[in-house]
Every structure is written in C-alpha cells, then in structure tokens.
Design a protein around this ligand. Structure first.
Ligand code: 5GP
Ligand code: ZN
Length: 114
C-alpha cells in the first residue's frame, strides 16, 4: 500500500533498524521505544488491522510469534521475559494501520495495561 509507513519500511523507502527478516516477516526497532527493548514484528504484506486478517493470511501470525521468540533469544531477554501486544483500532491504541506485534522487554511490565 503506497501511503503505509510500514509498507515503505518493507520496500526500503524509509530506513529502519532491522533486527530480523525472513520471507514473510520483518522486525525492526520501534522509533519511540516504550521499554529498554521495543521491537515491532510485521508481515511483509499489507494487512490493515487484525479484523482484516483472512483465513489464508492467518499463518503469518504464527510466523510473527516465532520471530518474536527468536528475537527474544538473540537479544538475550527470553529468559527474563517479554510481552507481545497487537493493538487493534482506536480503543486498542492502534496508530499505524498495518498489523504489527510489539515485543517489549528489558524491565518488569505492569498489568493491567492503561
Ligand atoms: P500502534 O500504536 O499502532 O500499536 O504502534 C505503532 C508503533 O509504530 C508505535 O510504537 C510507533 O512508535 C511506531 N512507529 C511509527 N512510525 C514508525 C517509523 O517510521 N519507524 C519505526 N521504527 N517505528 C514507527
Ligand atoms: Zn502496509
């Protein structure tokens, strides 16, 4: 999608600090980190929100989750732990309409979220 910031990162039109890539998934450091470690894992194809995920596209969520776990191991926070979050639409706090999994780590995270 031409005016999507994450599609532009996938296309290399906007720079990002990439930490993981495979055929289906790209992961990069969040521009405005909310924890000492804050990585975004995205599908390379444009899917606007979780509500728009088709059955055919659903396996990419598993690939994103596996990428998150691999990133956690590689960056050394798998053992202490981390949080994965996917925000959906306004009440979920979604601001970029290309689905993404936040991977947050490096400090104890409170619950419930605000
Ligand atoms: P959301 O609020 O949609 O769940 O999360 C969007 C995330 O994307 C935010 O944490 C925000 O900091 C991050 N973000 C927005 N634009 C960019 C960008 O151009 N580059 C990177 N690396 N992160 C971005
Ligand atoms: Zn997109």
């Amino acid at each position: 999608m031409t005016d999507c910031v994450f599609c532009k990162i996938v296309a290399g039109e906007i720079p990002a600090r990439v930490v993981f890539e495979d055929d289906a998934v790209l992961a990069f450091e969040d521009l405005n980190p909310q924890a000492p470690e804050h990585v975004l894992v995205i599908p390379k194809t444009h899917i606007a929100t979780l509500n728009d995920l088709s059955a055919a596209e659903a396996p990419v969520i598993g690939q994103m989750a596996r990428a998150a776990a691999e990133i956690a191991r590689d960056r050394g926070f798998a053992e202490n732990g981390y949080r994965t979050v996917m925000n959906c639409n306004d009440h979920g706090g979604q601001t970029v309409y290309h689905i993404h999994m936040h991977v947050l780590a490096g400090r104890a995270l409170s619950w419930p979220p605000g």
